[in-house]
Design a protein around this ligand. Structure first.
Ligand SMILES: Nc1ncnc2c1ncn2[C@@H]1O[C@H](COP(=O)(O)OP(=O)(O)OP(=O)(O)O)[C@@H](O)[C@H]1O
Length: 232
């Protein structure tokens, strides 16, 4: 479970995240929606301890990220799939990650098979975007964590990659994990997310089951645009 309470982040004079409070519960996929610049990535970075909040707190299973022992075993994240060393192969990348986080090497091969990279030998610099996304997910899954955060995991993926990602996220939630994903792709969120958290200009606009958010005769995109209208 992720808990965000009174979370506020100011960069200079700009308040990017404004007194945000919500919970992300296990056993379901939670979609994190909001216009460009709404503060989704910043909120995820705050949850992951990559920024220090101006006020409020974010915890994973009750602890701020920096207090979690062996954090990759508690929370896995994919923020930027392109932020990897291009000269390595996938197994070398995961070996380095395992070594630096005290994780066993025997997870590497199964996790690479799970994301469909089991037979890939080329260096990461030769990967397509979809392959980099898969590698980022493998890294997030390496510690078998109960909490997963993915920032725009389906951006730029082909239909097969989108479906594969959807199935992976749903199976992780069905396993009882906490899954938070940001996305701008409303049609995909409508069929992937069980619950939605919508922010605009750093403020909470909705925290609601997807089925309740989308009323009959309207698409998720329709309702989303009504909710954030004038706030983007
Ligand atoms: N380190 C930083 N210093 C100053 N401003 C920042 C910093 N990080 C983010 N911002 C600003 O915070 C605001 C929110 O950015 P953020 O990336 O969190 O939004 P987002 O909802 O993820 O947007 P998008 O959907 O476009 O990815 C933007 O105005 C951005 O310029």
């Amino acid at each position: 479970m992720i808990e965000v309470s009174g979370l506020t982040q100011r960069f200079g004079r700009e308040v990017v995240v404004h007194d945000l409070s919500f919970e992300v519960r296990p056993g379901r996929v939670t979609g994190f929606l909001g216009p460009n610049g709404a503060g989704k990535t910043t909120t995820m970075r705050l949850i992951l301890g990559l920024e220090r909040p101006t006020a409020g707190r974010a915890t994973v299973d009750g602890l701020p990220y920096h207090e979690i022992d062996r954090p990759l075993t508690r929370v896995g994240a994919l923020l930027d799939a392109t932020a990897v060393h291009g000269g390595r192969r996938a197994d070398q990348h995961l070996r380095w990650l395992a070594a630096s986080n005290g994780l066993p090497y025997d997870r590497i091969a199964p996790v690479l098979r799970q994301v469909g990279l089991g037979d890939v030998r080329k260096r990461i610099r030769a990967y397509s975007l979809g392959m980099k996304q898969r590698l980022g997910m493998a890294a997030a899954l390496l510690g078998d964590p109960p909490v997963l955060l993915f920032d725009e995991p389906i951006n730029g993926l082909d239909p097969e990659g989108v479906r594969w990602t959807r199935d992976l996220l749903k199976s992780m939630a069905a396993d009882g994990r906490t899954v938070l994903i940001s996305s701008h792709l409303m049609s995909e969120m409508a069929i992937t997310a069980d619950h939605l958290i919508v922010i605009a200009r750093g403020r909470l606009m909705a925290d609601v089951p997807t089925a309740e958010f989308v009323r009959p005769g309207a698409s998720l995109e329709d309702v989303y645009l009504e909710v954030v209208g004038g706030m983007s």
